[in-house]
Design a protein around this ligand. Structure first.
Ligand SMILES: Cc1cc2nc3c(=O)[nH]c(=O)nc-3n(C[C@H](O)[C@H](O)[C@H](O)COP(=O)(O)OP(=O)(O)OC[C@H]3O[C@@H](n4cnc5c(N)ncnc54)[C@H](O)[C@@H]3O)c2cc1C
Length: 316
């Protein structure tokens, strides 16, 4: 029988890691200050989108691993994952994105580009209803014998006193829990509107764009993005930012002009110079870190979970 594991954090990183470990036969408990619906992960758009992150070589592997899993999950409605066609478009000429071959992206016909855009790539991406998907991960964890407990840890030693293996998946929480000051919150805000019949996604991919504009359709609603506010920890939606998001998205997709706003979402991207995925031994216990995924937590989740499970096996 393998040693019990406590995973701290019930966002997409903690839950995916916990599912991997529980399905490999481990005794897993997830401890989280915020339950899945209240996390940054639940606020995310979200789509598989290899946002720039470091270390680049590992990010490629983790993204591609995750893509393969999400594509499989997209075959089952109950997961909240759907494979949706759409475009990344740029207002200026740019290099072909590095990820384009991974998804068989095709260059857009210039006649099909949105007004003001000069280049684009069309492909099929997993687009995820995050609250539903996190619920699916919890069900999968429970089915594999794992548990979820609402509990805020004040230190890793507190957690290590309860289990000999602890996995730190606390996102921006690592700034206080382990005093990692290299983790910065990058606040993101989204607007949720009724879907007026939009079936394809859109993402502005202009290099160095000052604004982050994207449109992710769900069956009933459309998620409109977004903002990227460095060092901002305020989780209250900002009404001026919401109006600006809607304005930018309507410019790209005029059918959104009369769409009724049904919600606002705010989350804190855990940005770090590099994703931290490593193990350390402490007085006969084993600590694994898996945090700092910035704007790409969903995109990296399954690849990082697999690597965390491999690290754990190697370190035991
Ligand atoms: C607006 C927006 C849009 C986004 N869109 C995308 C997208 O399209 N694609 C994509 O890949 N990514 C996207 N992201 C990024 C993605 O949401 C994050 O990378 C991801 O949610 C990080 O997941 P996480 O599990 O590390 O952190 P979180 O979801 O923040 O979860 C952290 C967990 O740790 C717990 N915790 C923290 N401290 C403690 C403690 N001391 N004790 C116990 N528990 C603790 C929290 O309570 C929580 O349960 C987006 C983010 C935002 C804000």
């Amino acid at each position: 029988m393998s040693a019990p594991v406590v995973v701290i954090g019930a966002g997409v990183i903690g839950l995916t890691t916990a599912v991997r470990l529980a399905e490999a036969g481990r005794d897993v408990r997830v401890d989280a200050a915020l339950l899945p619906d209240a996390t940054t992960s639940a606020a995310a758009g979200a789509s598989w989108d290899p946002f720039l992150a470091e270390p680049a070589d590992l990010v490629e592997r983790w993204s591609r691993d995750t893509l393969a899993v999400l594509r499989q999950l997209g075959a089952d409605d109950a997961t909240g994952v759907r494979l949706v066609e759409g475009t990344h478009e740029s207002r200026v000429p740019r290099d072909v994105p590095a990820w384009a071959p991974w998804v068989d992206a095709a260059a857009c016909d210039p006649a099909d580009l949105r007004p003001g855009y000069v280049e684009g790539w069309r492909y099929c991406a997993p687009v995820v209803d995050m609250p539903k998907y996190l619920g699916y991960l919890v069900d999968r964890l429970t089915a594999a014998g794992g548990r979820l407990r609402q509990h805020r840890h004040t230190s890793l030693d507190e957690a290590l006193a309860e289990a000999p293996i602890v996995v730190n998946c606390t996102g921006t929480g690592s700034r206080t829990l382990i005093e990692d000051s290299s983790v910065e919150a990058v606040r993101g805000q989204l607007v949720v509107v009724e879907n007026p019949g939009i079936a394809t996604f859109f993402c502005d991919d202009t290099p160095d764009a000052e604004e982050l504009t994207y449109i992710y359709p769900q069956p009933e609603v459309v998620i409109l993005g977004g903002t990227s506010d460095w060092g901002e920890w305020d989780l209250r939606p900002d009404s001026a930012a919401a109006l600006d998001i809607v304005r930018r998205c309507v410019e790209v997709e005029p059918r959104l002009a009369d769409a009724r706003v049904v919600g606002h979402r705010v989350g804190l991207r855990p940005v770090r110079p590099r994703v931290r995925l490593e193990s350390e031994h402490r007085d006969g216990t084993l600590l694994l870190h898996n945090y700092g995924h910035g704007g790409a937590g969903l995109t990296l989740s399954w690849g990082c979970a697999r690597e965390a499970a491999d690290l754990l096996r190697a370190a035991e």
